[in-house]
Ligand binder design. Structure first.
Ligand code: HXC
Length: 260
């Protein structure tokens, strides 16, 4: 499928970059962009792509939110459908069996922050700004923003960000755990790539199991979460990757994982 608002780059080493590209509106998310994201993620071959990086086009914005010029015309039912469209696409990102890293290169507001939060973790450039400006527009956050922000930074911090609609700078986002690292804008993609390459050296199935355990255990009671991990740990012993990883250690060589 030809995308109007997405640029995709598949690198030979298993890293794929998906760039949201609507420069005239600072990469704002209209329903076409959301459908394109859903299509891209739904059709991603996660045997070939082993790390996905999501970023925004240009130097000014990651994504400046959902498209206000589209939302202005909505009524209750359409508002619900619009939120659900993004929520479904972002949930697909969150549950991909591969790591997804957000490279936040500027404004990361509303739906932009919600997209970044659906990724496994976030690196930001020093010029990035994070915020949930929705209540200033008379709406709540959508695309699962209230759920994920509270999960990431705690309810108190999430409520302050949402109720005040005040944007925070990258260093504050780092302090509250919304991002894992901050660097100069020109270093951002290199830094994300270095982390992606480190991930590529490890066993893909073990990473997929670990991601699922972390994602799912949050909503489980302790006993169920612990059992989920026991089962995942056991399943690793049915993989060639476990045999290779442990043999390589004992033979004092680098492991070469086939993802089987
Ligand atoms: C539509 C947007 C937009 C958006 C920016 N633009 N953000 N269009 N929706 N979310 C457009 C502007 O209208 C403008 O178009 C162009 O992008 C450049 O933006 P400027 O405002 O001129 O740039 P600047 O002065 O540098 O200000 C940047 C900014 C500001 C601070 C990011 O654009 C801004 O406040 N944007 C809105 C941010 C926001 O409220 N996001 C949350 C939306 S609600 P023209 O044609 O004039 O050049 C949301 C809900 C998610 O995300 C959940 C949904 C279910």
């Amino acid at each position: 499928m030809e995308y109007k608002f997405l640029k995709t780059e598949f690198k030979d080493n298993g890293i794929t970059i998906m760039t949201v590209s609507a420069p005239k509106s600072l990469n704002a998310l209209n329903s076409t962009v959301l459908k394109e994201i859903d299509h891209f993620v739904s059709n991603l071959d996660t045997k070939k792509t082993r790390v996905l990086i999501i970023t925004g086009d240009g130097e000014k914005a990651f994504v400046a939110g959902a498209d206000i010029s589209e939302m202005v015309h909505l009524y209750e039912k359409e508002g619900y459908e619009f939120s659900k469209l993004g929520a479904i696409a972002f949930r697909k990102i969150e549950t991909l069996p591969i790591p997804v890293i957000a490279a936040v290169n500027g404004f990361c507001l509303g739906g932009g922050c919600e997209l970044a939060m659906a990724c496994d973790f976030r690196y930001a450039s020093s010029n990035a700004k994070f915020g949930q400006p929705e209540v200033g527009l008379g709406i709540t956050p959508g695309f699962s923003g209230t759920y994920r922000l509270a999960k990431l930074v705690g309810q108190g911090m999430a409520k302050e960000m949402i109720f005040t609609s005040k944007a925070i700078k990258a260093d504050e986002a780092l302090r509250i755990g919304l991002v894992n690292a901050v660097c100069e804008p020109e270093e951002l993609m290199n830094k994300v790539m270095m982390t992606a390459k480190r991930i590529l050296a490890n066993a893909p199935l073990a990473i997929a199991h670990a991601k699922r355990c972390i994602n799912e255990s949050y909503d489980l009671c302790a006993d169920d979460a612990i059992e989920l991990e026991n089962v995942a740990f056991g399943k690793c012993f049915a993989t060639d990757d476990q045999k290779e990883g442990m043999a390589a250690f004992l033979e004092k060589r680098e492991a070469v994982f086939g993802g089987k």
